[in-house]
Design a protein around this ligand. Structure first.
Ligand SMILES: NC(=O)c1ccc[n+]([C@@H]2O[C@H](COP(=O)([O-])OP(=O)(O)OC[C@H]3O[C@@H](n4cnc5c(N)ncnc54)[C@H](OP(=O)(O)O)[C@@H]3O)[C@@H](O)[C@H]2O)c1
Length: 239
């Protein structure tokens, strides 16, 4: 069980849209002051103005070392880190440009790794980390190979970090959303004509993630068809 203070500040990466903005609304409704991070200042400011809690906006590109430095510096004063920013570039691995691959690894792999490491260094006992993975993690998806591999990496480092975190009473929860209606798929270049029933809301993902985290669960999978399924490392089903 996470024993974070009610009202403890939370930092969310990728808060300018989609699941990150839903985390912001949900955490604000639960009374947490927020630090919102993304590259786009306008939607962050707009969201901040709509929320009923103190909000600090940090405009930073997480593929940039200097941007990451500035976000790391914010972690001293927060008690929940939500590593949510992420992107994919749809297409076969052989068609990806060097820039696409660099962005993928910097944003989906290096950025959360640096922030998890910094959080373990500076956040006090009772803090928490939520890492947003995907049901695509580790899947052999030829059209999102680097993205799926990056999410598998995020899950692996979350499991390893949990040993260190538990010794300091820091809860680490991995969230694995299925298809969620956000800008993600359009931005990735994927063309999808799946019916509405195959999509879930960003709000459903954020709520399930925070509920599972607050109860101290290791992992939660949230999908339109399967609903919310929590697992813990000690579960035989999870080994
Ligand atoms: N939607 C789905 O079906 C789905 C399913 C499984 C997992 N996920 C995961 O959920 C997370 C959130 O995605 P979403 O669906 O909410 O997509 P989204 O609406 O596209 O949101 C992505 C967020 O990441 C930010 N971001 C992108 N590049 C960035 C950079 N270089 N530096 C800082 N921030 C950056 C974006 O803001 P700026 O562009 O303003 O920087 C935006 O706030 C991702 O990790 C994604 O992999 C999504």
């Amino acid at each position: 069980m996470a024993d974070r203070d009610p009202g403890a500040p939370a930092l969310i990466t990728g808060a300018s849209s989609g699941i990150g903005a839903a985390f912001a609304r949900e955490l604000a409704a639960r009374g947490h002051p927020l630090v919102l991070v993304a590259r786009s200042e306008e939607p962050l400011q707009h969201l901040a103005e709509c929320l009923p809690v103190p909000v600090r906006v940090v405009v930073a590109d997480l593929t940039d070392s200097e941007g990451l430095d500035r976000v790391e510096a914010e972690l001293d004063s927060v008690r929940l880190l939500v590593n949510n920013a992420g992107s994919a570039h749809y297409g076969d691995l052989g068609t990806q440009t060097a820039a696409d691959l660099e962005t993928s690894v910097l944003l989906n792999v290096l950025a959360p790794t640096r922030l998890i490491s910094a959080a373990l260094r500076v956040m006090p006992p009772g803090s928490g980390i939520i890492n947003v993975s995907s049901t695509a993690a580790g899947r052999d998806d030829p059209a999102m190979a680097d993205y799926a591999a990056g999410k598998a990496y995020l899950e692996s480092i979350s499991r390893a970090a949990r040993h260190e975190a538990e010794a300091r009473r820091i809860v680490v929860t991995v969230v694995r959303p299925g298809r969620t209606r956000t800008d993600f798929h359009d931005r990735s270049g994927e063309q999808s004509d799946l019916p509405a029933s195959r999509w879930q809301s960003a709000r459903a993902v954020a709520r399930a993630a925070l509920d599972a985290h607050d109860r101290g669960h290791d992992e939660v999978t949230v999908t339109p068809r399967g609903g919310v399924v929590v697992t813990d490392a000690a579960d035989p089903a999870a080994s």
